[in-house]
Design a protein around this ligand. Structure first.
Ligand code: GLU
Ligand code: ZN
Length: 476
């Protein structure tokens, strides 16, 4: 059986992101969403869909769906259709597609491609253990595959609620070309008959995921490697129903700095956590774009530029390492590119209350080059707007070595010209003959309390009037 669809790269592509709303948007899923978005928009006329896989009513929560949508939008993604943007191929929540599934189940029943399985969880577990004990890989033993109508009736009358299993054809080879991993070949005999409908009547993942892709016209499924071995099952379902299969590609998982799958041990793993800490969406997308996807583009890219540069033949088969240092490089770049209004919104939580917009902009312009996260601005808020504590030893020494006449000249210039570094430096130079570091370092130490930091002149401009004079006069 060769189910590889005709290659359709180059033609308008339809991709989708199909999360199960059981928790926060994980970085791995965010990357999957991004890659699908980019794949769809690489060429003209592509479509990116958002489908919510919420058939597991117990674990799926509407609030998770809402949060997923919010996080995807925050990252900058938009979709041509989704639960908040329905079209003729919807609905885009699986919990609202039950009648479609019922129709397909009826069709599978008619074609004898499925059968009811009355095995209890206990019986299945016993069979699994027996197979493991005799060194065989565990799969469904086929117990209910060939029950007679009478046997089925007896079981049903005993009140047993059956699951529905797919009748995997015997002795078949299932082949397809994964657009990341290349040619794949599976033996149907290694795949046990699997559940397509649970005992409570709800559709199981393999089934609804596959038929929805066909119904929604999805041409390319790009998803995590953990789904690679599900693909032959899904191809068999589609074949049994005479539905068109998409191209499948499976990207490597994201790992943490130690090479193990990214998890809580590595720190924040959800988009929401990064967002709340003040990471910027463009920093996230620029890092994710390069995780498991190699690109000659080394610069900071917008989503449009990423879509143009995205190359599905450059997707990686080996695990991609999430690297917070690298994220910080993009974050600095993203912060640098914020408009004054965006920067104001970004830093608002750490700015002093009641600071006017003009003063805020002056402050932000001074400190922005030194920030990775908004919380990094706190130190500079204290330095610029607060009272300086006693100087640390090294700074104290710098100030003492400069001497009282140095600071007398500086304080006088500050009272004449305000928080104006060139005027102050000129006056000190004229009075003391100092230049270079000997001229500027004691000023910096006295004015900010630390020997390092953002450019001094803009920082001084951000200080309340009179502050420079007051700080310089302390040492005069
Ligand atoms: N709901 C599945 C998941 O979140 C979707 C897998 C797929 O993309 O096909 O893992
Ligand atoms: Zn059974």
């Amino acid at each position: 059986m060769d189910t590889s669809p005709a290659e359709t790269f180059g033609q308008p592509q339809t991709t989708r992101f199909a999360p199960s709303p059981t928790g926060e948007l994980h970085l791995g899923n965010a990357r999957t969403a991004l890659f699908n978005y980019l794949l769809a928009h690489h060429g003209a006329g592509g479509r990116f869909l958002l489908r919510i896989e919420d058939t597991d009513a117990e674990r799926s929560k509407d609030q998770h769906t809402a949060a997923l949508i919010e996080d995807l939008k925050w990252l900058g993604m938009r979709w041509e259709a989704g639960p908040d943007r329905e079209d003729a191929r919807g609905p885009y929540r699986q919990s609202q597609r039950l009648e479609f599934y019922a129709r397909y189940f009826a069709e599978l029943e008619k074609r004898n491609a499925v059968y009811p399985c009355y095995c209890t969880p206990l019986e299945l577990e016993a069979s699994r253990r027996a197979q493991l004990a005799s060194g065989r890989p565990p799969r469904y033993a086929g117990t209910c595959r060939d029950l007679s109508p009478e046997q089925r009736q007896t079981k049903a009358q005993a009140g047993l609620k059956p699951t529905t299993r797919f009748r995997v054809p015997l002795g078949r080879r299932i082949e397809f070309v994964d657009f990341v991993h290349g040619s794949q070949s599976f033996l149907s005999d290694d795949i046990g008959d699997f559940v397509v409908r649970r005992a409570d009547g709800t559709a199981a993942f393999f089934f609804c995921n596959a038929v929805d892709d066909a119904d929604m016209g999805v041409t390319h499924v790009l998803r995590g490697e953990d789904h690679l071995t599900n693909t032959p099952r899904q191809l068999m379902i589609l074949e049994a129903l005479g539905l068109r299969a998409p191209s499948y590609g499976h990207v490597s998982l994201i790992v943490g700095s130690d090479g193990s799958p990214l998890s809580k041990r590595h720190g924040a793993t959800s988009v929401r956590e990064y967002r709340e800490r003040g990471y910027l969406p463009q920093a996230m997308t620029n890092h994710l774009f390069r995780l498991g996807h190699s690109t000659p583009e080394h610069g900071f890219l917008s989503l449009e530029e990423m879509a143009r540069a995205f190359d599905s033949t450059h997707l990686g088969r080996s695990p991609a390492r999430f690297d917070e240092q690298q994220l910080h490089v993009w974050q600095k770049e993203a912060a640098h590119r914020l408009s004054p209004e965006e920067a104001l919104r970004w830093l608002d939580p750490v700015l002093p209350k009641g600071l006017g917009p003009a003063a805020a902009h002056t402050f932000i312009a001074a400190v922005l080059p030194n920030l990775v996260l908004p919380e990094d601005a706190r130190t500079w808020v204290d330095i610029v707007f607060g009272d300086l504590p006693a100087l640390p030893a090294a700074e104290q020494q710098l100030v003492q070595e400069a001497g009282k006449s140095y600071f007398a000249a500086a304080a006088e210039a500050a009272s004449a010209h305000g928080n104006d570094l060139p005027a102050i430096a000129n006056a000190v130079r004229a009075a003391t003959g100092k230049k270079g570091a000997a001229l500027y370092m004691p000023l910096r130490a006295a004015l900010t309390g630390v020997a390092h930091g953002p450019e001094l002149a803009p920082l001084l401009k951000a200080m309340p009037p009179g502050k420079a004079r007051e700080r310089l006069a302390r040492f005069a």
